[in-house]
Design a protein around this ligand. Structure first.
Ligand SMILES: Cc1cc2nc3c(=O)[nH]c(=O)nc-3n(C[C@H](O)[C@H](O)[C@H](O)COP(=O)(O)O)c2cc1C
Length: 236
């Protein structure tokens, strides 16, 4: 089963533009959805629905949704950043600062700029370009299907992570790029998205994914803590 570990370690976030004119084949999409359906969920509640969007006009409307950035996001995001590959290799957690606009990268500026300023325009244009894709999948949370006696439906929410990972691994095994776009789950973008996709009120957006074939495949430094440093045998 070494192949499974290779697939798990090779799965990555495709933070790049996907060719909007190269569709994900129907069979591949079916396999990705089937992998999601067969995910383990607490009590086998299957507390989710999935919306698949490949209509170009809808994708463009979704791409235009504005994502406001909160002060809390900026502050907590800053704590996860590394400003060089060396720093990231040393920390072994978090992400490189190059993923974000410059105005988000200075703690002193955070209080004054809880929004993006003009210097970020080139970054934002690149980012907007990057959001092009031939397919998006929206994983919806159905809170009516609740795991029994689970505080805050913690077990139900964990279950959604299993659905996501199954789909992500399946996409990776098929050579299809997969990018999580959690900013769409914020309250304003979610409300816009629910209108565009006619999603019933009782369901909420757990998380959104872009899928497709990268225009220019990009690789970046990926790090993890060592297994020994996170594993505690026979007690913490
Ligand atoms: C719940 C969740 C939300 C995430 N949200 C985003 C996101 O909004 N944008 C993004 O580029 N990556 C997002 N990611 C991807 C993580 O940043 C990524 O998995 C992590 O940095 C490790 O990199 P890797 O996926 O290449 O292994 C998310 C991942 C998870 C599990």
């Amino acid at each position: 089963m070494q192949e499974l570990l290779t697939l798990i370690k090779g799965r990555q976030s495709s933070r790049c533009a996907f060719d909007p004119d190269r569709s994900v084949p129907k069979e591949a999409l079916s396999e990705i959805l089937e992998a999601g359906c067969w995910a383990p969920t607490a009590h086998n509640m299957q507390n989710f629905e999935i919306v698949v969007v490949d209509d170009k006009k809808l994708l463009e409307k979704i791409r235009k949704i504005h994502f406001p950035i909160s002060e809390t996001f900026l502050q907590e995001n800053y704590l996860q950043l590394s400003f060089s590959e060396e720093e990231l290799k040393r920390k072994k957690t978090g992400v490189l600062s190059t993923m974000f606009p410059k105005s988000w990268l200075h703690p002193g500026l955070i209080a004054e700029h809880s929004h993006v300023n003009e210097t970020d325009q080139p970054f934002l244009e690149r980012h907007h370009q990057m959001l092009s894709c031939p397919l998006m999948i929206f994983l919806l949370y159905d809170p009516k299907r609740r795991a029994p006696d689970s505080d805050g439906d913690f077990l139900g929410i964990m279950s959604l992570g299993c659905v996501m990972e199954n789909m992500w691994l399946m996409a990776a095994s098929l050579g299809i790029g997969f990018h999580v776009v959690s900013a769409l789950s914020g309250s304003y973008p979610e409300a816009e998205l629910k209108k565009i996709l006619r999603i019933p009120d009782h369901l909420s957006l757990a998380i959104a994914f872009r899928l497709g074939y990268p225009v220019t495949p990009t690789s970046y430094l990926r790090v993890r803590r060592d297994v020994d440093s996170i594993t505690h045998h026979n007690g913490f």
